[in-house]
Design a protein around this ligand. Structure first.
Ligand code: FA5
Length: 342
């Protein structure tokens, strides 16, 4: 048989074999059978010496070899594609008409309350600042007119770190840095997580959120403070809220006040959430002490200012009717996923 005929026969054989190869293993078998060291093509090469035109026969064998390699590679590719298609066909189909499962993600109620208060203050020209949770003694106390060994430090049972730093007990810790950053006039709020070694109960947590606010300008007085507090509360609760202002002591304000709101859980009758008093301490505030302004580089001849420390976690309790503050840190998705922003 002439070489050409032999090659044609092999081509037909390969074509036929490829049709029946349905797995990678059978393809590999064909590759060895045709292209292997002892395969058909190597066999053809051995008959080369009998060919009349060796050059032409050699070229024909090489063409066939290249075609065979390509055909086997193509078949392997087609097999892979078919396998993928089969996988997709058998996969669980997305059905847009099925009801969605009821496990949506949702924002934490503290996040929702924070954003709401931020929007209200932004609309009144305040900037929103971020601040560290680990601070040093100067920021948290000394810059706030609370020198070392001052009894006011006992009001906050502080977590100290081995390097002398501490976990922020109050968002007031950022006051000094923000004054230094912007100077006067300034309007800023700064929400943050605070930590105190408290025994927990329905209205106390060892980790809670506050939202600090500061406004410093010429002629700022207590009336400005009361105006901003009232506006914020009526916007957050979308109704009239009974508030009371009583004197409060904080070394960094003078005069200082405690702003309480009527407990919205019991309507003022008294419950564990308000320690049976009918009132909830929500937002201590006052006129910034001149020592604190000076420490922040503010000219006290020209400027005065107010500051407040809103209890954000307690605000969220009142807004969402959460009776126990500990639910917020519970990680209980069933409870927390009830809160939605719309
Ligand atoms: C302060 O932390 C002052 N830095 C607030 C301040 C700022 C006064 C600026 C004057 C000027 P106080 O310790 O009272 O104050 O905390 C402020 C608010 O944070 C409280 O009214 C309360 O709403 C909330 N709060 C305090 N401790 C806890 C706690 N353990 N759990 C939950 N909320 C708390």
């Amino acid at each position: 048989m002439m070489m050409e005929e032999k090659i044609a026969e092999m081509r037909a054989k390969l074509e036929e074999a490829l049709k029946g190869a349905e797995s990678e293993t059978s393809l590999e078998g064909l590759r060895v059978e045709f292209l292997g060291k002892k395969g058909h093509i190597a066999g053809l090469m051995q008959h080369l010496r009998d060919a009349a035109d060796k050059k032409e026969a050699g070229q024909a064998i090489n063409r066939f070899k290249a075609d065979a390699e390509e055909a086997i590679a193509k078949a392997a590719e087609a097999l892979k594609e078919a396998a993928l298609k089969a996988q997709i066909r058998s996969a669980k189909k997305y059905n847009p008409t099925l009801a969605a499962e009821k496990q949506f993600g949702s924002y934490h109620p503290i996040t929702l309350a924070t954003r709401e208060v931020e929007d209200i203050f932004r609309s009144m020209g305040f900037t929103v600042e971020d601040y560290a949770e680990v601070v040093d003694d100067y920021e948290c106390f000394e810059a706030l007119n609370i020198p070392k060994h001052h009894p006011a430090r006992d009001m906050q049972d502080t977590y100290y770190l081995e390097n002398g730093q501490l976990l922020k007990t109050q968002t007031s810790a950022a006051q000094n840095a923000i004054m230094k950053k912007y100077g006067a006039p300034l309007r800023a709020i700064f929400p943050g997580r605070c930590f105190r070694n408290e025994s927990t109960d329905a209205c106390h947590e060892n980790t809670f959120f506050q939202m600090e606010g500061m406004m410093i300008d010429e002629n700022i007085s207590i009336s400005n403070l009361i105006y901003f507090m009232k506006t914020m509360l009526s916007e957050v609760f979308q109704r009239d809220i009974k508030v009371r202002l009583r004197p409060g002591f904080f070394p960094f304000v003078e005069p200082g006040f405690e702003l309480d709101i009527n407990c919205l859980i019991c309507g003022g009758e008294g419950c564990p959430s308000c320690k049976n008093s009918g009132w909830l301490e929500l937002c201590p505030c006052g006129m910034i002490h001149p020592n604190v302004l000076r420490e922040g580089g503010i000219d006290t001849e020209k400027y005065t200012g107010f500051a407040f420390g809103l209890g954000l976690t307690r605000l969220a309790m009142m807004k969402y009717g959460v009776k126990d503050i500990r639910d917020f840190n519970s990680g209980d998705l069933k409870a927390l996923s009830q809160f939605r922003s719309n």
